[in-house]
Every structure is written in structure tokens, then in C-alpha cells.
Design a protein around this ligand. Structure first.
Ligand code: NAD
Length: 435
């Protein structure tokens, strides 16, 4: 397995090569790139948790704060058995770029604990979350670092962490800081934002709209879409694309997917999946499900369908050097994080498959997290429609900036997006006089 931190450094070197010419002071530019290869702060500890049987177990935990030139560090907390220090370093680096892409005033952070949360009882999970919040207490805050949910963490875990943070700091700190703005992705009742659930999928559909316009698609119903994954991101992407008139012909889950040539009904498909416990009998059109509406397909088949837009929304590394050459879609919108390996990326570029990278396509999530933080700090809350109205212009302008860079440098969507992001971070570092 390749090392994710080394990959993030290689990626930065590639972008640096393209950007270097646009900086007069090459020495300062080179220094900035050097600084950006290592997180500014990296914390590591062993959390001690009392298990239900009275024993004490240790869990390795990390927090990486990559760069704060554009604002406080921001990034999720991952609970997974495969978490490693270098994965957390890389993810925090990618968060720096993702925040810069939509222009939200944050740098990148990320946290993780090596644990399989499915092996813990609810009580153990709560004690682990609280122990992590105590470890973070003097390292985070609304103007320092703002964690959020990531893989296997959720609003409930954020609620425990906010509670623990508030209870473990001094009265002076509680009185002077709005500590609930130290975490986002909280339940609505504890200051979460309306529209957060659908934000990532909806943000991706704003990108789809822009892409369809650039590809000269006149009738939305002529644009066919296949979506791998039908969880939070995949469902909301399917729902909003369908509502706008696009034709979603395939979706999948971990056990396989469905293909409905005439376009499936996402809401009915979800209802059926939740009732039946799987997608295979849920071939639904206009509110009615019947196996004669289409056919079952495997996840591999879904990726290779002859559609206009392919939307991986489940796992990382699903498009590799082995299947990249078989992709027939004209464009890929990466809603999952890292679904395309670097080798596959090169094959897709050669085959002229346009890739809209994850740091742009799925940035709707962190953007609405920013809105949550802003609402917490002002103590005044927006409706779902206000949130959506504020999200769209940020996604649209991020896409336009990518498109201009792509045309100007005749490069890929990924490199164009990274060039804008890295440039914005380096410019902030230079303005601050850090380099
Ligand atoms: P989720 O757990 O709600 O959904 C994941 C989906 O993937 C489920 O439908 C599951 O059945 C499917 N899946 C699991 N294994 C699969 C397999 N082997 N083949 C095909 N499908 C499989 O997760 P989510 O929140 O929708 O996140 C999906 C992706 O989007 C992840 O990569 C995540 O990091 C990324 N992402 C999510 C958000 C967010 O706001 N939720 C934000 C940014 C990025």
C-alpha cells in the first residue's frame, strides 16, 4: 500500500511545478512549498478508556493541524482500525486544499483514533469520545481548530465531545469563548445547521449543473448518471439531480446495484431499500417498483456503464489501473474521498475523461460546516433555504475558477483545482510574512 502522506507530498510537488512560473520570488515560493509538506502541529497520545468489564484499554489517537494561513484548522475525526499517523497527516493536508477551493476561511486539520467502533458498546464509545475531547481541549477552539464528523463518527459523538470540552475547561474560558463553535456536524438541537445532511450531495449537484453547461448539454433528461453508493452522499446527489431533471440510471450499495434505463425514482428507491434491506428488488420508476423496470448489476459493472456522468460516492480506490481503461463515462464527479488512484487518474486523463476532483465536488459538506460555525458564533440561525442559497454561489465560483485554470493550462480538473487551492494558501502565507 502506498503511503498517503508521501502521496500528498508528490501531488504538491506536481502542482508546484505548474505554479512556480507565476511567482517572481522563486525562493519564497520554494520555501512555502517546503513548509506545506509537513503539518504545523501533530499530536499523538494513548487514550485510556474503562471498558464495560472494568478493564482499562488504550487507544492510539492523533490530531494533525496542517496549515492555518487562511484561518483556523478544520477537519473531521475518523474512528477506524486502519487509521495511521501518516493517513491523518495526509487528510489534514487535503483539508487545507478543500477549504481553499470554496474560499471558506479555514486551514486544514484532521483527527483519528485507531479503533473499530463496531466492537465497542455505546458506553465505551461515549467514554472514548470524551477522552479524545479532553486530549483536544487545549488544542482546539472556535478560533484555533474546529473538528467535525468523518468516517464512523456522527452528530451524537460531536455532542459528547462538545459536552466534555465545555466541562473540562476553566470557567474563564467558558465565559469568553463560544465552545459549541469548536465542533461542527452537531445535532440541530445543539447548534447544528439546517441543510447539513444533504449539503455534500447537493453541492455535488451544483457542480453537475455547471459541468453540464460547459459540456453543452441542452436537455437535462439526455444526461445519464450512474452513482456508486446510495448512502448519505449518493442518495442526496441522486435526489437533487433527479429533481432538476437529470436521468439517474444506476445506483449501488455494498451488495451490488440496479440499472433502470428510463431513469430511477431516488426517493422511492430509498424507501424500498430501507423496507427490504437491499436494493436488488428496488427498481423503481415514478413511485412504483418492479423487477421488470430494469436489472441488477455489480459494482464493477456500474463503474463501466455507458453513461455521461459517473459519480463514485462510496469508497476510496475503486477506480484503479485495472478498470480505468474500461470507463465509458465522459466525466467523473468524485463525491467520495479519493475514489481514483493516481495511476488510474493518468489513464483517465489520456482517455480524455474529465475528472472533477473530490476537494471540489464534495466541498459542500465542509462549506455548510462553515455555515454552522458562523451561525453558532452569531447566535442566529438560518433556514434550510437560506443555507442552500448561500452554498450555491460558493460551489459555482469554485467550479468557474477551476474551469478557467483548466483552460489556461490545458490541464486536468484535478490539477487545475489544486493549483487554485495551493496558490490561495501560498498567497496567504506571503501576506502574513511567514515565508
Ligand atoms: P455512507 O456510509 O452514508 O454511505 C456509503 C455508501 O457506500 C452506502 O450506500 C454503502 O452501501 C456503500 N458501499 C459500502 N461499501 C461499498 C462497496 N464495496 N461498493 C459500493 N458501495 C459500497 O457514507 P457517506 O457519508 O455517503 O460518504 C460516502 C463518501 O463520501 C465517503 O468517501 C466520504 O468520505 C465522502 N464524503 C462524505 C461527506 C459527507 O458529508 N457525508 C463529505 C465529504 C466526503
Amino acid at each position: 500500500m502506498s503511503n498517503p502522506h508521501q502521496n500528498s507530498i508528490k501531488q504538491l510537488d506536481k502542482v508546484a511545478k505548474l505554479l512556480r512560473n507565476s511567482y517572481q520570488d522563486k525562493k519564497r515560493f520554494d520555501n512555502a512549498i517546503k513548509q506545506l509538506k509537513t503539518p504545523q502541529n501533530f499530536f499523538e497520545t494513548d487514550l485510556e478508556v474503562t471498558m464495560d468489564d472494568g478493564s482499562i484499554k488504550k487507544f492510539k489517537a492523533f490530531r494533525s493541524q496542517h496549515d492555518n494561513a487562511r484561518g483556523p484548522y478544520k477537519g473531521g475525526i475518523r474512528f477506524h482500525q486502519n487509521v495511521s499517523a501518516d493517513e491523518v497527516r495526509a487528510l489534514s493536508t487535503w483539508m487545507t486544499w478543500k477549504c481553499a477551493v470554496t474560499g471558506i476561511p479555514y486551514g486544514g486539520g484532521k483527527g483519528g483514533i485507531i479503533v473499530n467502533p463496531k466492537e465497542l458498546s455505546e458506553g465505551e464509545l461515549q467514554r472514548l469520545s470524551r477522552a479524545y475531547a479532553r486530549f483536544l481541549a487545549d488544542k482546539i477552539g472556535p478560533w484555533v481548530d474546529i473538528p467535525a464528523p468523518d468516517v464512523n463518527t456522527n452528530g451524537q459523538i460531536m455532542a459528547w465531545m462538545v459536552d466534555e470540552l465545555e466541562n473540562s475547561v476553566s470557567v474563564e474560558r467558558r465565559a469568553s469563548e463560544n465552545l459549541s463553535a469548536s465542533f461542527t456536524g452537531k445535532p440541530i438541537m445543539l447548534g447544528g445547521s439546517q441543510g447539513r445532511d444533504e449539503a455534500t450531495g447537493l453541492g455535488g449537484v451544483f457542480i453537475l449543473e455547471k459541468l453540464a453547461e460547459k459540456l453543452g448539454q441542452e436537455r437535462k433528461r439526455d444526461v445519464t448518471i450512474a452513482i456508486q453508493g446510495f448512502g448519505n452522499v449518493g442518495y442526496w446527489f441522486a435526489h437533487h439531480a433527479d429533481q432538476l431533471g437529470y436521468k439517474v440510471v444506476a445506483v449501488s450499495g455494498s451488495k451490488g446495484g440496479i440499472y433502470v434505463e428510463d431513469g430511477l425514482d431516488p426517493a422511492k428507491t430509498l424507501e424500498c431499500k430501507n423496507t427490504k434491506g437491499g436494493l436488488d428488488t428496488c427498481l423503481c420508476i415514478d413511485g412504483k417498483c418492479s423487477v421488470s423496470n430494469g436489472r441488477n448489476i455489480t459494482n464493477e459493472e456500474l463503474l463501466e456503464l455507458d453513461v455521461d456522468i459517473l459519480v463514485p460516492s462510496a469508497l476510496e480506490n475503486v477506480i484503479t489501473k485495472d478498470n480505468a481503461g474500461k470507463i465509458k463515462a465522459k466525466a467523473i464527479i468524485e463525491m467520495a474521498n479519493g475514489p481514483i488512484t493516481p495511476e488510474a487518474d493518468e489513464i483517465l486523463a489520456k482517455n480524455k475523461v474529465l475528472v472533477i476532483p473530490d476537494v471540489l465536488a464534495n466541498a459542500g459538506g465542509v462549506t455548510v460546516s462553515y455555515f454552522e460555525w458562523a451561525q453558532n458564533l452569531q447566535g442566529y440561525y438560518w433556514t434550510r433555504d437560506e443555507v442552500v442559497a448561500k452554498l450555491q454561489p460558493l460551489m459555482d465560483s469554485a467550479f468557474e475558477a477551476m474551469w478557467i485554470m483548466l483552460k489556461q493550462h490545458q490541464t486536468t480538473g484535478r490539477l487545475a483545482t489544486y493549483m487554485n487551492a495551493v496558490k490561495s494558501v501560498i498567497d496567504a502565507m506571503m501576506l502574513r510574512g511567514r515565508i
